[in-house]
Design a protein. Structure first.
Length: 212
C-alpha cells in the first residue's frame, strides 16, 4: 500500500528567532516529518537543541550544509492525533529560519534512502528508492531571492523569501522503485543546500502513528 499525505503545515516568518512554534494536525498518521532550513548571517551556525511534536522528540534523518545554508529533515513515528505544536529550538538566535511539517499515512519512520546537494546552482537531487509506493520529501535554502518552480512531479508545500533568501519544501509520491529527482527550476543560480528523504510503506501496510 502506497504512502499517502495526511496533512501539511508550515511556518515562514522566522527572522532572528531562537525557536519556531506552529500547529500541525495529524489524523491517523503513522509518521510526521519536520523539515526546516536556516541561514547564518554574519554569525555562526547554531546547534539544534530540540525538535518536538506534542512534546515528543523527533530524530534527525538528514542534514545538508553549504557555507551558511542548512537544510534538515527530522521524523517521528506514531505522533499524537489531533492539533499539536511543532517546536524547533536552537541554541541561540539564527537570522533566517523557516519550517514545514508533513504527516504521512502508512509510512515507515525509517527513511529508505536520503540524499542531498549543496553548492552553487539550482536545487536538484536524485535518489534511488528501493520500494515502490514511497513518499519522497525535500527542502532547500538558497541565497537566491527569486521564485522557483517546483518539479513537474512534485507538490509544493511552501515557498517563501526571508531576508532576501529563499526557502521551500515539496513531496512526490512514487509508484515503483527507481530514481527520483527532486528539482526546482526558473530560480536564480546561487549558493544552496537541499536535503531529501524517501519514506517507504510500513511493513504490513498502513498503521496509526510532521521541516522546510
Amino acid at each position: 500500500m502506497a504512502v499517502t499525505i495526511d496533512a501539511t503545515s508550515n511556518f515562514s516568518n522566522g527572522l532572528n528567532q531562537t525557536s519556531l512554534t506552529f500547529s500541525h494536525t495529524c489524523t491517523g498518521a503513522s509518521v510526521i516529518v519536520i523539515m526546516f532550513v536556516r541561514r547564518a548571517v554574519s554569525e555562526s551556525i547554531k546547534a539544534v537543541s530540540s525538535v518536538t511534536y506534542d512534546g515528543v522528540s523527533a530524530s534527525l534523518i538528514k542534514q545538508e550544509t553549504s557555507g551558511d545554508n542548512i537544510a534538515e529533515i527530522y521524523a517521528l513515528a506514531a505522533p499524537s492525533a489531533g492539533a499539536n505544536d511543532v517546536v524547533i529550538t536552537l541554541a541561540s538566535s539564527q537570522r533566517v529560519f523557516t519550517a514545514s511539517a508533513v504527516s504521512l499515512i502508512g509510512a515507515s519512520a525509517v527513511a529508505d534512502i536520503t540524499g542531498g546537494t549543496s553548492g552553487s546552482g539550482i536545487p536538484s537531487t536524485a535518489v534511488t528508492t528501493t520500494v515502490g509506493g514511497s513518499m519522497v520529501l525535500d527542502c532547500f535554502q538558497s541565497f537566491a531571492n527569486s521564485n522557483f518552480t517546483v518539479g513537474a512531479s512534485q507538490t509544493q508545500i511552501y515557498q517563501d523569501t526571508l531576508n532576501s533568501d529563499r526557502g521551500a519544501s515539496s513531496y512526490e509520491s512514487t509508484v515503483s522503485a527507481g530514481s527520483v529527482t527532486m528539482n526546482w527550476t526558473d530560480g536564480a543560480s546561487d549558493n544552496f543546500s537541499q536535503a531529501v528523504a524517501a519514506f517507504p510503506p510500513s511493513a504490513g501496510g498502513a498503521f496509526l502513528i510532521d521541516i522546510i
